[in-house]
Design a protein around this ligand. Structure first.
Ligand code: FES
Length: 359
């Protein structure tokens, strides 16, 4: 075992795990891409910050702060002109970099700039990076990293629970196997893909007794591979299936006010050539959607009522502890301002257990 699972070893200087006012700098889902047509603007609030996103007339995506630097009109009421936006109030115009390029009543624009943010489209969803320059690629399914993919979206929904806590359900060995007496022997293999991504793998022997191995009766009599890859502590990509057919579900989460979570399920498979390949991919995506419904259903009751307070970890909670440690070492930003918090000096004699409690 490469980690001491006692919580006293986990005191971070700036905890972010299960925190209502902080989050990790990273990519966060915004809206389904189909909801933003060329020449249209949307008002969105992502981890507390009010923004607008628009699609230029040639399809380029742009994201900037919501309020006009002149008098504070909300730019979502404005007009897209080519790849720029014009404020509806007094007609000031801003280019895709947020620079003011025209003020109707002045011969020269003023040296003003609205803050803009990196924005991309992938798996049918629009994503925003919550810092000035994106430091990591968009979240991807590890085994499909270099492949073209097909995807469909599930219906988004809200949970009364922090995104980090929603995420740990996928590696909660106690919960998976609470009826098996040999619980202590079941652990995931951990692999850190980069500073912001961590993966937990497990091969389940056919007939081991997990609830998911009922799938083995459905698919075949072979072992089932199960892995979950986390990005920024709030995106979880579940890969499940026998060796010859892996199903991939991405749960993209973002923190709402009061520790609630907005969840967008995305079902992903590799692109297959030809009409039969297309039809087979569609079938696989529907199968994946069906699987996700049962995954979510199994967690509904727990996530409705949990008040997370991890005071008594055991050896079977090792993967959860590794996840908490991984989350707490990433770059932290404050809710709404997206600024880094000022690090407090570690107080003498602090009770380190507060890393696991609700703030
Ligand atoms: S408030 Fe936007 S141009 Fe005046």
């Amino acid at each position: 075992m490469d980690v001491n699972y006692q919580p006293d070893n986990l005191y971070p200087r700036q905890k972010v795990f299960n925190h209502s006012q902080r989050f990790i700098e990273g990519w966060y889902w915004v809206i389904p891409a189909r909801m933003l047509k060329k020449g249209k603007i949307k008002s969105v609030t992502i981890v507390g910050r009010e923004l607008i996103i628009y699609r230029s007339t040639d399809g380029q995506l742009i994201c900037c702060d919501a309020y006009c630097p002149h008098m504070g009109a909300n730019l979502s009421q404005g007009i897209v002109e080519d790849n720029s936006i014009r404020c509806f109030s007094h007609g000031w115009k801003f280019n895709p970099e947020g620079i003011c390029i025209e003020i109707p009543c002045l011969s020269e624009p003023l040296p003003l700039k609205i803050k803009t943010w990196p924005i991309e489209e992938k798996y049918g969803v629009i994503w925003i990076w919550t810092g000035k320059i994106a430091q990591q690629p968009l979240p991807y399914v590890p085994e499909l990293e270099l492949q073209e993919c097909d995807s469909i979206l599930g219906a988004s929904f809200v949970k009364n629970c922090h995104p980090n806590v929603v995420m740990i359900n996928a590696i909660d060995v106690h919960q998976f196997n609470s009826v098996n007496p040999w619980l202590e022997e079941i652990l995931f293999e951990k692999q850190e893909l980069n500073h912001n991504a961590i993966k937990f793998d497990r091969t389940i022997q056919a007939g081991e007794g997990f609830w998911w191995t009922n799938l083995s009766n459905w698919f075949c009599k072979h072992n089932i591979n199960y892995s979950i890859c986390y990005w920024y502590g709030s995106i979880g990509i579940v890969t499940i299936g026998p060796e010859f057919l892996h199903l991939h579900i991405m749960f993209a989460l973002r923190l709402l006010a009061d520790k609630k979570t907005d969840i967008q399920p995305i079902f992903i498979t590799k692109k297959r050539p030809g009409i039969f390949g297309y039809l087979f991919s569609k079938f696989i995506l529907l199968l994946t959607k069906f699987l996700s419904i049962s995954l979510i259903k199994g967690k509904k009751r727990i996530l409705r009522q949990i008040s997370f307070n991890f005071q008594t970890p055991t050896r079977a909670d090792l993967s959860i502890i590794q996840f908490v440690q991984h989350v707490n070492k990433q770059k932290v930003l404050n809710w709404k301002t997206w600024q880094e918090p000022i690090p407090p000096p570690p107080p003498a004699g602090t009770n380190n257990r507060d890393v696991f409690t609700n703030d």
